[in-house]
Write a protein that binds this ligand. Structure first.
Ligand code: HEM
Length: 503
């Protein structure tokens, strides 16, 4: 009996191995170079999820050694993915031939309780994505951003006061970057997305803070869940594995409460108002239809998404800029000089002034080149596509991954790429940047919808910081230590910089 069981088990293993080998020969059959060291069934995922080496480090090695700087293939489990590092090819996929690559890798959430996840702009597909994006885009025009500027400036002032208090009351001479800027970006996005005072700076243990912190932690278990939803949504449905967790329910309730207030007549002209203007009027179906009617579920989903997509990315970016300014005092000085020339009093800061500060823009751009929180982006093929100049045909559903970090560090496009040199981005040098090689916010119709908002928010706080404080490295912490957590590229949670009031 045991011999039969052993035989059947061995047979099963052989069949599994053969099936895996067959699926993982997908790229070889198409004569596309493949990353080395694939594991049966797992593919290359183990290299990408290791805590020893971050995903971007592994991808960078492949980019440099195994054809990734043009294109090459790899496997996540049995799924073939194409890595495209050639900026010209990437531009075709992201911009010119976008109609073949409308979607991002899709996560399907089959349980009714999780359906909200199917309406996130990041995850929505085809015409549904296009409709939601067309309603949300007007929220990010310069006119709207200008209108929101005072709200953001108010939070930036609050952060300056918070730091002054930290120094006076607690005698602090340094602060933790990620935590401190997280307080600021959370207040900003809560205020601008749905008019909520989150009070994160007054009460660091607030429910708001606790729930955001829970959301930002992507442990191996959470990652595994994501992969399961991606690879086997039906199995998740069968096992009733839920995607929506308590922290997301918390934010959904906050949005619903704000929506009830808006229905009672409150108007702020923020993201939530714009979405509600496009809501299906269920009580009055004969009323004029908006261009893409949104349901309450879509509105809740995307309000929550703005918090989740906008808070951590921006806090991380500001942390990187502040660290680099502390590390390079001559850059800090030059930037302060520019700001002093444009703005006499910190309270006089205007949208125009901030957006016209060229060196400020250059410092932010160079930081995002060196440290892109979103170190890659993806598209999913929606219509068969022949890669121009080759005979490789990309089949529908194939995921294409663009290695933003590697392109930003390729010495063919950037001289001394590991050097922090904001001058690269000054207008007189703009002609030297090869198109498609600088994409921290992605590019094309599906680029980051919050880009200009994030730039305004980051520039504003950096300007206020420099006009109020001198920043320097804490002795012994002159090297930027990156977090080992999965997900975004971020500084380690404990990284601090020193600050000293200027007046
Ligand atoms: C410095 C901060 C930020 C960085 C570095 C960043 C980066 C990115 C990147 C690389 C993408 C993918 C683009 C592509 O695939 O071409 C993206 C998409 C997106 N981002 Fe951002 N982002 C930032 C801030 C924000 C903010 C503040 C918001 C919201 C208010 C936001 C909302 C989104 C959304 C909704 C998408 C998906 C767009 C779509 O699929 O149509 N991001 N972001």
């Amino acid at each position: 009996m045991w011999l039969t069981t052993l035989f059947l088990f061995a047979l099963l293993l052989v069949l599994l191995w053969a099936y895996s080998a067959h699926r993982q020969s997908y790229w070889a059959k198409r004569r596309v170079p493949t990353f080395p060291k694939t594991l049966p069934l797992i593919g290359h995922l183990s290299h990408m999820m290791s805590k020893k080496r971050q995903r971007w480090e592994y991808i960078d090695e492949v980019y440099r050694k195994h054809g990734g700087s043009t294109f090459c293939g790899y496997y996540e489990f049995l799924q073939p993915i194409l890595l495209v590092g050639d900026p010209e090819l990437a531009k075709l996929i992201l911009i010119k031939d976008f109609d073949h690559f409308v979607d991002r890798r899709t996560f399907t959430f089959p349980l009714e309780e999780d359906d909200v996840g199917n309406h996130f702009l990041t995850n929505a597909t085809g015409a549904h994505w296009k409709g939601i994006r067309s309603v949300l885009s007007p929220s990010f025009t310069s006119g709207r951003l200008k209108g929101m500027f005072p709200l953001v400036a108010d939070k930036a002032d609050k952060l300056v006061d918070y730091l002054l208090k930290l120094r006076e009351e607690k005698g602090a001479s340094s602060f933790a970057l990620k935590k401190t800027f997280g307080l600021y970006t959370l207040e900003v996005i809560a205020s601008c997305a749905f008019g909520m005072e989150s009070g994160t700076m007054e009460d660091e243990d607030s429910l708001f803070n606790q729930n955001v912190a829970k959301f930002s932690k992507i442990g191996p278990l959470r990652m595994l869940k994501f992969i399961l939803f991606m690879a086997a949504p039906k199995l998740c449905q069968l096992l009733r594995i839920r995607f929506i967790q308590d922290e997301m329910i918390f934010f959904m309730d906050v949005v619903k409460e704000s929506m009830a207030q808006r229905k009672a007549g409150l108007y702020r002209g923020d993201f939530l108002d714009l979405m509600m203007e496009a809501q299906v009027d269920q009580e009055n179906p004969s009323s004029k239809m908006p261009k893409y009617p949104l349901t309450e579920k879509i509105i809740v989903a995307n309000s929550v998404l703005f918090i989740l997509a906008g808070f951590d990315t921006t806090a991380t970016t500001i942390s990187f800029v502040a660290f680099l300014l502390a590390k390079y005092p001559e850059v800090q000085q030059k930037l302060r000089k520019e700001l002093n020339g444009l703005i006499q009093e910190p309270s006089e800061m205007t949208y125009q002034g901030i957006m016209e500060a060229k060196y400020l823009d250059a410092c932010l751009s160079e930081t995002l080149r060196m440290y892109s929180p979103a170190h890659f982006t993806e598209r999913q093929c929606t219509k068969e596509y022949k890669l121009p100049g080759t005979d490789v045909v990309i089949a529908p559903k194939t995921v294409v991954s663009i290695p933003i970090h590697s392109i930003h560090h390729d010495e063919r496009y950037w001289s001394d790429p590991e050097e922090f040199r904001p001058e690269r981005f000054m207008p007189e040098n703009a002609g030297e940047i090869k198109s498609g090689t600088y994409i921290p916010f992605g590019v094309g119709p599906r680029n980051c919808i919050g880009m200009r908002f994030a730039q305004m928010e980051s520039k504003l706080i950096i300007a206020k910081l420099l006009l109020n404080f001198e920043l320097s490295c804490v002795p012994g912490s002159e090297d930027l230590e990156l977090s080992r957590q999965l997900g975004l590229m971020r500084p380690s949670d404990t990284l601090e910089i020193a600050f000293k009031p200027l007046r």
